[in-house]
Design a protein around this ligand. Sequence first.
Ligand SMILES: C[S@@+](CC[C@H](N)C(=O)[O-])C[C@H]1O[C@@H](n2cnc3c(N)ncnc32)[C@H](O)[C@@H]1O
Length: 309
Amino acid sequence: MQVFNGCYFVSLMSNSIHLPVLVETIFEHLALAPGNIAVDGTMGGGGHTLEFCKRVGPDGKVFGFDRDPIAVRQTAEVLPDNGVGIAGNYADIPEYLQQMQIDSIDAVLLDLGLSSDQLADRDRGFSFKSDGLLDLRFDQTAGEPAWRLINRLGEKHLADLIYEYGEERFSRRIARKICRIRHGETIKTADQLARIVRSCVPKSKKHSIDPATRTFQAVRIAVNEELKWLGVALKRIPDVLSVGGKFAIISFHSLEDRMVKNAFAEDGRLKVLTKRPLTADPVEVAGNPRSRSAKLRIAQRVEPAVLDR
Ligand SMILES: C[S@@+](CC[C@H](N)C(=O)[O-])C[C@H]1O[C@@H](n2cnc3c(N)ncnc32)[C@H](O)[C@@H]1O
């Protein structure tokens, strides 16, 4: 493993089980050319990164970022010579590019949320069934694990967090129960939290999702400060795009999608290319159920004067 200007370039074996979503749609719209420079801000198992590498060819360059050093370590190994894996936050892309003396890039992709590899790792607590520690951090070397957060926060704060980030109607009931239970024992595993939430949320007749889904989403968003970093990236990334360069974002829940939609629409540096979000077709959804909730929005860097608003 090499350390380079605070980011590290690493190599090991990749055995990702993550299926990338909307691949054809994304690359059709990005219309990359050989020799382009692109950034995959959320490399994960590398599905999109590898496609970037193919599209820009040997004369191009692809920088794959991920906050999860385990993902970067595994995926960097399978990247061809024109791809580089970087363990870092996508919000810091401008600094990394500056360090590498790259003035502007042709495309950036953010595929938000968590990967199937992270979900399948029983030691990280992303899966409701996991009996390992409820961690939920993308980068386990920094910040506070989820189990500490839910044992520390006051009832009102916990309820607000679950309501705001999970859009969970039963947030007050869940927070009350968490506080009652933790009085007698520390809540440490994903399985423990999932059982508490299920006991507070009536099972929906309409939807088949686990009642714990929204609370897990809320705690994960809080632990990783996901909305904060998305907000920073939305402000900063347009500055590193070349004129004509494209910024594509895939989100999986309405909080993120709303942020992306509004930021793109209000940004004088960008022209929105997708009036409505692009979604997976039934064939993709059948083969990859996770793609069902994916929403893709794309904007293009323009000179402010060109904008017709
Ligand atoms: C949906 S997965 C990406 C999957 C990837 N596109 C693929 O094809 O395998 C999202 C990834 O984003 C990473 N991530 C989340 N927030 C991040 C951030 N602020 N900066 C960099 N990576 C982040 C997660 O660790 C996770 O690996």
